[in-house]
Design a protein around this ligand. Structure first.
Ligand code: PMP
Length: 444
């Protein structure tokens, strides 16, 4: 075929919808540049569990590798039965026909918002994608502050007000999202708050979307997650995945549980209709491995227990370093995040560095010290607040050998690579908050 002459090409005037890349990716790129330049980095921006895939999961995936068919849109019977058992064992009796699987909980949450349509209330701060997904659907995400120390849940009183205002404005709220335990704050709302939220949801006819992807990573095994499906079962949709508890985010599989009754059945049909037009089904070999995982065999339960202990130990140690430097840190209760607030250091940060916003603070941490964290504003928090999400799980090790050693260690924060990272963090925080600034040596 002869080559096309440039004059035959007409410029395309279509302008694609502008959608920003997630803030996390931008931090990763800046850290990679510093690493290539031989400068020290502390990567704490990315929300990955930082532990290896369990070999039994790899085997289950290989065993399913010959499954080339699409299979049912809602997921294989084997997977849906296993997920029903998973929730039933958590005190939430579930039939397999109430489960819909998909390629990760993120697209399932998007499908849920699409199925429900209309404005949705989300906590401020909250995981970046809820509001971003609502925006993609041209729906409003109404960001509502959380009660102090109880991230992941809009304050019930604010939610009630927002329902009244939204109805008066002709755009009634359809749903509210909660995250239990929470990303970005690492905290867990109390049963009392969730009960009040359920009452508001019932009074104003809201669907509750309860994202429980960190459920199995509550640090204290005695502490139970106050799922709204206990108090408002007729209107609560649950979601989870293997991305956090078993660190299988790249495998892309997630599940939702719709409520029992006619609304749940209609919602399931809507979700499977959307799924049939977008992704057809979750990858069949991954579904096979996920069925095995949701069956909770002893070796995976043990792995999740070990990872919970590791997350808890490291997050607590990092919180301790921030507190020692003068920050306020809400007590982390689950997952692998913490959310320090450097407000008590505002005068010094402003006076020494001209830092007056969360993004200014995290920009300084990144550019001057190679510390990658995300400002609260990336999660819908007040841009002027000096809060940030810190995700220390990438400090567990640079390879699987180190990560496994961290999982198995009785005192992981004493391992040299983790202790070294903690000390570097303390040095950076001391340098940042010291009155008379002497630059820290760049190489450690
Ligand atoms: N919900 C929350 C709160 C998350 O943090 C994440 C991942 N960062 C997800 C949902 C999506 O996870 P996945 O699509 O891998 O299931």
């Amino acid at each position: 075929m002869p080559a096309l002459s440039p004059s035959a090409l007409r410029p395309v005037s279509v302008s694609p919808r502008p959608v920003a890349l997630s803030a996390t990716l931008a931090v990763n790129e800046a850290l990679a540049r510093r690493s290539r330049a031989g400068l020290p980095v502390l990567p704490m921006g990315f929300g990955e569990a930082g532990i290896p895939i369990h070999p039994a999961l790899t085997e289950a995936l290989s065993a399913g590798a010959d499954r080339g068919g699409y299979g049912p849109v809602a997921g294989s019977d084997e997977l849906r039965e296993a997920v029903a058992g998973y929730w039933t064992r958590r005190g939430l009796p579930t039939d397999a026909d109430r489960i819909v699987a998909g390629p990760g909980s993120k697209p399932l949450l998007f499908a849920l918002l699409l199925a429900l349509g209309g404005a949705v209330a989300v906590p401020a701060p909250s995981w970046v994608s809820y509001a971003a997904q609502a925006a993609l659907l041209d729906d409003d995400a109404v960001m509502l502050a959380t009660p102090p120390g109880e991230g992941g849940v809009p304050s019930p009183a604010l939610l009630a007000d927002a329902c009244v205002r939204a109805r008066a404005a002709g755009r009634p709220l359809r749903a509210v999202v909660v995250t239990l335990p929470d990303n970005p704050t690492g905290t867990l709302a109390s049963a009392g708050t969730i009960q009040r939220l359920c009452e508001v949801a019932r009074d104003h006819d809201l669907v509750i979307i309860s994202d429980e992807i960190y459920r199995d990573l509550v640090h204290d095994p005695e502490e139970s997650v106050p799922s709204p499906s206990r108090w408002a079962p007729e209107r609560t949709v649950l979601s989870t995945a293997l991305s956090k508890n078993l660190a299988a985010g790249g495998w892309r599989v997630g599940v939702v549980r719709v409520p029992d009754g006619p609304f749940g059945a209609r919602l399931r049909d809507s979700l499977t209709g959307i799924a049939s037009e977008i992704w057809s089904s979750a990858p069949a070999p991954v579904q096979h491995a996920a069925a095995y995982a949701f069956g909770e065999p002893a070796e995976l339960v043990e792995r999740i227990d070990a990872s919970r202990r590791l997350h808890s130990a490291v997050v607590r140690a990092v919180a301790g370093r921030f507190t020692a430097a003068g920050a306020r840190v809400p007590r982390p209760q689950g997952g692998f995040y913490l959310y320090p607030d450097l407000e008590p250091l505002r005068d010094r940060l402003d006076g020494e560095h001209g830092v007056t916003t969360g993004a200014g603070l995290t920009g300084l941490l990144l550019e001057r010290y190679g510390v990658g964290v995300l400002p609260g504003s990336a999660f819908g928090d007040d841009p002027g607040a000096l809060r940030m999400r810190v995700a220390p799980s990438l400090l567990y090790g640079a390879d699987d050998e180190h990560r496994l050693a961290a999982l198995e260690a009785s005192d992981p924060v004493a391992l040299p690579w983790i202790a070294g990272a903690l000390d570097r963090l303390s040095e950076v925080l001391a340098d940042l908050t010291r009155d008379a600034l002497e630059p820290l040596p760049e190489v450690c």
